[in-house]
Design a binder for this molecule. Structure first.
Ligand SMILES: [Zn+2]
Length: 147
């Protein structure tokens, strides 16, 4: 059952890429950023990637288990939060996904393979539905606190 859900999740990501990205990309914000150059991560993400601001990386530490853990402001569940350019407060793992991978389709969540909410390492993240996320949490027996 969960395998099907994961497959669905992956299929959605792939189909997004197959469309070339331009159709689903939101109009570019009034900055010099160009996301479309890097629609997908095929190699290990780069710590300190310049597509994310320096003040972002300054608040990320590398853990022994490979996680890149946000150590700045967090919301209660442990997700990192940052004020980004002129935008709203944004969750750091979602920011990392948007900047390094591409837009997050409506209704999808950025979930953690590593079950570590403050982690912002791209290859520890995946797009999923709320159901995926809940099931993922249940499968991993998430109940512990990161506070
Ligand atoms: Zn992680």
């Amino acid at each position: 059952m969960e395998a099907n859900l994961k497959l669905m999740c992956g299929t959605m990501v792939v189909s997004e890429l197959d469309s070339g990205g331009s159709a689903i990309n939101a109009p570019p914000p009034d900055t010099e950023r160009s996301l479309s150059m890097q629609p997908q991560f095929t190699i290990s993400p780069l710590f300190g990637d310049p597509r994310l601001p320096v003040h972002f990386w300054a608040r990320v530490r590398v853990l022994e288990n490979g996680c890149w853990e946000w150590i700045g402001a967090q919301i209660p569940k442990g997700y990192g939060q940052i004020r980004y350019i002129k935008r709203r407060q944004i969750l750091t793992h979602r920011l990392a996904w948007e900047e390094l991978s591409g837009p997050i389709p409506d209704g999808l969540y950025v979930c953690h393979h590593c079950d570590n909410p403050p982690c912002v390492r791209l290859d520890h993240l995946f797009l999923g539905t709320q159901a995926d996320n809940m099931e993922d949490m249940m499968l991993k027996g998430r109940g512990r606190s990161y506070d």
